[in-house]
Design a protein around this ligand. Sequence first.
Ligand SMILES: [Zn+2]
Ligand SMILES: [Zn+2]
Length: 229
Amino acid sequence: MFVFVCVRCGAELTAPLSQVALPAHARQKYGNGLQLPVLMASGTFAVEREPWGPPWRRGEAIDPDEAAARGIYAPVRALSEGPADAIVIAPGDTRGTVLIPEEHGGACCGFDGGGGPNMACAACRLLVASRIDDCSLWQAVWLAPNAVRRLPVEGADTGPSSWADLLAAGAGVPPAEPIAAWGEPFRAGDRWHWSPQWVAAAGQALAHLLVASKGLPVTVQDGLTATMF
Ligand SMILES: [Zn+2]
Ligand SMILES: [Zn+2]
């Protein structure tokens, strides 16, 4: 386990956290004006190896060869020129930080992080993280990789859960779920949507399937997989 500390003053900025894989839906924008849950499970963090956050470059200003070198083969609206290795955590796992509401970026209903970090170290006021809570975005705090350092926590190495443990716990994700509008309480009449998690995971899996197929036709067995795809 690790805690993240301020690179300038050394103040602790997080609870002790275990590293997990970055969720497939980490960069997802889902629906319009919807209220998405918290991205990361409490007590965990993940690292985004690709550039994350501002500054952005407009898609049409990017040479297709340059985009391909970054693994992007379809038109995109904008490409991040931010630092790689941003760390994403659950908002409730932050410690010793203050929100800077003026740094809301181009937000719609909440903060979208478009203007750069909007959370400061409470001790020395260095900007250390971006709180994201805008509509249709996953609730998260993204730690700026150049503003934090991670320190191991002595004697707290629990390691990740095994697949057998996770399956026994039965914590599955249903394929569809009701999602409330941003800032509204959940109600029985909320519209049902495809699970955003499944939508992202199926999209990622299909891309891998396409590459693995090497251009051959792909068939999927009848059942849930065929329905989902
Ligand atoms: Zn909105
Ligand atoms: Zn500090």
